[in-house]
Design a protein. Structure first.
Length: 155
């Protein structure tokens, strides 16, 4: 029963993480495309809130559930190729977030606070928004790959 509880925690983390990064990207793109500085600033604020709560929460649940279920089942989390590849893809995505997406997001959040009351949206914000969506899609691909590897467990 403990194994299944950890497995549920792991899967819940995957749903929260992958769901949040995809939905957040969609509504941020629509907010940015509105051209309304207040809508853009509000959208950026929500991206920051959901990343700190849902993305980070999903990551923690994935790690706790994955390593917890492996420990309970007596499985070496680094003993099978599919487990290693799943973790490598997960970490690769995390590195893209850490070194590219989070800095761009912080810059956007700072600028959004300045134009939140109707000021002009600067070109630097728009540039970072394009960078954020392109690299966000790139960072999501390894997450989907990790999910595929974990489900299919290829040899």
């Amino acid at each position: 029963m403990l194994y299944l509880t950890f497995k549920f925690i792991h899967l819940l983390g995957v749903v929260i993480l992958v769901g949040n990064v995809t939905v957040t990207a969609v509504w941020k793109v629509f907010a940015d495309r509105s051209g309304d500085p207040r809508v853009i600033a509000f959208g950026q604020h929500l991206v920051t809130l959901t990343d700190w709560s849902l993305t980070l929460g999903g990551i923690l649940l994935i790690a706790i559930g994955g390593f917890g279920s492996a420990l309970v089942a007596g499985i070496n989390p680094f003993g099978s190729g599919w487990l290693i590849w799943g973790q490598v893809l997960f970490v690769l995505s995390g590195l893209i977030w850490l070194f590219i997406l989070i800095p761009a997001q912080i810059r956007q959040a700072r600028q959004a606070r300045e134009f939140a009351q109707g000021g002009e949206v600067p070109e630097t914000y728009k540039r970072d928004a394009r960078l954020w969506i392109v690299w966000g899609i790139i960072a999501t691909l390894p997450l989907l790959g990790a999910t595929w590897v974990m489900v299919l467990k290829p040899a």
